[in-house]
Write a protein that binds this ligand. Sequence first.
Ligand SMILES: Nc1ncnc2c1ncn2[C@@H]1O[C@H](COP(=O)(O)OP(=O)(O)O)[C@@H](O)[C@H]1O
Ligand SMILES: [Mg+2]
Length: 403
Amino acid sequence: MRVRIVGVGGREMALAWRLAKDPNVTQLQVARPHPGWPSRTVVVDTLNAEQTDLVIVGPEAPLVDGLADTCAAQGIPCFGPTAAAAQLEASKSWAKEVMLAAGVSTAAHHTVALSDPELDRIALHMAADGVVLKADGLAGGKGVFVCDEADDVRRALVALRAHPGSAAKQIVVEERLTGPETSVFGITDGTRIVGLPSSRDHKRLFDGALGPNTGGMGAIAPDPNMTAEGVETVLRQVHEPVLAELRKRGLSYRGVLYAGLMLTPSGPRVLEFNIRFGDPECQALMALWTDPLRWLYGAATGCLPEGQPDIADGAACCVVLAAPGYPTKPIRGALIPTPQETPSSTVFQAGVALQAGALTAAGGRVLGATGWGATLTQARTHAYSAAESVRFDGAHIRSDIGL
Ligand SMILES: Nc1ncnc2c1ncn2[C@@H]1O[C@H](COP(=O)(O)OP(=O)(O)O)[C@@H](O)[C@H]1O
Ligand SMILES: [Mg+2]
């Protein structure tokens, strides 16, 4: 099978790494050269059914822009939902509406236009118990404000009004929940769904969940807070009702449906949906998931195989090496030691480039050192020794991923 991967970050490197090990993948295709791709990956500029059997879309933006619809029009199976279904991630208010219709547990909310003079009153009224303000649209992780008190609400409204782009035309004002966060992934053809290991990511820049938000500084799978049985329960209570509601609306969802959950004292409640794998959650998942091709192809063709995905026992851990200055002003150019794969670790090359034949840092999140083992402790040890083996000048690494 000739498989095209869309996107060029650590997540896509992990997908390519695992797929390259599958003898059924005869060719891996990408749009641009990059030092992180497995050897024998080929660059193919155009998309057509004569040369590609499956398109796997990593990031959300191309899906929101209709890549799956383009593939469907050309008769190419695509792993990733249509633009209409991608609104589950691209519009938080629409996702809320779908969840309410489907009877899925989520924070109570109001959707209010940014221009509505009532917005301040509603948000300040809810501030007494903690409130969260969310820009409706895609905001690259910068559109959510968790507020403890009235002053936080005022600051959040100023920030949202400073960027009244299309992402923030509508604001979702929601009840603040408490509890640990976890992520549950389902692979679906629109009807049937199978679960993958749960995962936990670490979004803040510094140890102890301090500092600014980032794209993600590391992840583990499975999350010790969410067992395989817990995943099954969430699939029954969250994913399946949402898929049924989408089908009612004439939408067939093909791809991965990612539920971001908070484990509250009254049970798991949905914070948000993503329509793609997380980065770096995907790196940890790919370390454990040995047969993704048949599931991704099954989802893309509307016919998921029988049985369950093949998942290695144990745990995986991905530790991100970020460039100095990340996330605001990453400094490029540091020389990177040549990454080596071991039987219990590998290093995914995300923000890198070749300069005069040498591997150099060329982005914010540069490398994803990923380890696996029988226990989370072993996976962490392997991930951190892989990280040490490629530590470059100024590399920023959190030391508490998976703790
Ligand atoms: N209702 C809520 N209660 C408490 N914290 C929340 C709530 N909604 C979101 N958060 C926090 O904000 C983060 C980002 O929110 P999320 O809805 O996942 O948006 P995005 O990932 O698009 O920025 C969550 O990971 C969580 O830490
Ligand atoms: Mg999120």
